[in-house]
Design a protein around this ligand. Structure first.
Ligand code: SAM
Length: 377
């Protein structure tokens, strides 16, 4: 485990002027387009397969959005997982196909050039991956919910995102092309995943050695290309990029930037609850009120203990994050709801409390949800 996947190096690169040219050249020496190393990639496969719901383990499927050169998809395929990898960069997809063939898994790993937004993405997946490509799913805040939609209940999502280990220098992020709301701290990055409706179960962080190798390899590949192609029409732009990557890494990015993959489960219970609470609601009540209510009350009562535990967990995290008054208020409400009765109203109230806690953890003002039950202060 932890081996580097190999194939003959590609010398084919986009033509001058193509927006993917610099990144394709810069990643010519690697199959992993992030600071993760082979052992991290294999670790992610291990964690995801171990965390799958038992019913999903027999013949799991994986969808990788922004799969790059398909390194992770090939590692899943080597473990028997059938998968589809999409990437808008056709040069990466060509390398990915060669990688899958070299690993003997081309029959299990389908690779396609595609712009994610233009694809009709499959749903009900066992595993869904988006590493370093959350922009393809609407950005780092929206991507977790978008990924959750691709998963079946009990499925596992892998979301890889940069985070700030410490605040970047004034203007540092901006000059590097990172928007003010894009990256946040590690805890808040994990909370974004939770707020998207997934339950985080593990976080794999890139090591400093992995980062140094990735950054060094990136700039070196650009320099090597320019040494081999002294008349490249974009030599000034490529050399400037290599220099900027090296200097910004040494000056501040090495201290400030982290990268993690959050492994998270799409809950089975929450999905059942949403179906039972919302799909069986009012429209059919007029005709079959009692019948529907009994279905709802039954599933709500089964799910209430799980919801209650989740609200308490969220309140504890809120307390750790320093918002003790909100944590106390949410905990008090949850106890009151839980002791009042185990019905749909209680389930909706607990769900509303969890939404509130997660919104506060994500730094958003808690919207007053329509499913929130009014309780005495
Ligand atoms: C940082 S790389 C990560 C690649 C791969 N996940 C890995 O970890 O090796 C991001 C990849 O996402 C792809 N990408 C970005 N936006 C995309 C989109 N809208 N649709 C499809 N692919 C996209 C890029 O072409 C690039 O290969």
């Amino acid at each position: 485990m932890g081996d580097t996947l190999r194939t003959a190096p590609s010398h084919d690169v986009p033509p001058p002027g193509h927006p993917d040219r610099a990144t394709t050249i810069a990643h010519s020496g690697t199959t992993i387009l992030s600071p993760l190393v082979p052992a991290d990639q294999d670790g992610l496969v291990d964690i995801a397969l171990a965390a799958l719901a038992p019913a999903r383990k027999a013949a799991p499927t994986v969808l990788d959005i922004g799969c790059g050169k398909g390194d992770l998809l090939v590692r899943f395929a080597r473990r028997g997982v059938r998968g589809l990898g999409l990437d808008r960069n056709p040069w990466f997809i060509e390398d990915a196909k060669r990688l899958a063939a070299a690993a003997g898994v081309a029959d299990r790993a389908t690779l396609r050039t595609a712009e994610a937004a233009e694809e009709q993405l499959a749903t009900g997946m066992d595993i869904a991956v988006c590493i370093g490509a959350t922009g393809a799913l609407g950005g780092p805040v929206l991507a977790p919910a978008a990924l959750a939609k691709l998963l079946g209940p009990g499925g596992i999502g892998l979301i890889g995102e940069g985070f700030w280990r410490q605040p970047p220098p004034v203007d540092g992020a901006e000059t590097f092309g990172i928007g003010p709301d894009e990256m946040t701290g590690l805890d808040a990055t994990v909370e974004r995943v939770a707020a998207g409706g997934l339950e985080p179960i593990a976080v794999v962080q890139a090591s400093q050695a992995g980062w140094d190798a990735y950054e060094g390899g990136y700039a070196e590949a650009l320099d090597r290309w320019l040494d081999d192609h002294p008349n490249d029409p974009e030599r000034h732009r490529l050399r400037t990029r290599a220099l900027m990557m090296r200097t910004s890494w040494a000056d501040w990015r090495r201290e400030a930037m982290g990268f993690c993959v959050v492994v998270a489960r799409r809950p089975e219970a929450e999905w059942d609850l949403r179906r039972s609470v919302w799909d069986h609601r009012a429209p059919r009540c007029a005709a079959r009120c009692c019948e529907d209510r009994s279905v709802d009350e039954h599933s709500a009562a089964e799910l209430l203990p799980t919801l209650y535990r989740r609200v308490l967990d969220a309140a504890t995290r809120l307390e750790w994050a320093g918002d003790r008054p909100a944590a106390l208020r949410i905990r008090r409400h949850a106890i009151a709801v839980y002791s009042l009765g185990w019905d749909i109203k209680g389930a909706k109230a607990l769900e509303g409390l969890e939404v509130q806690a997660l919104a506060l953890l994500a730094g958003r003002p808690p919207a007053r949800s329509r499913m929130f039950l009014r309780l005495p202060n």
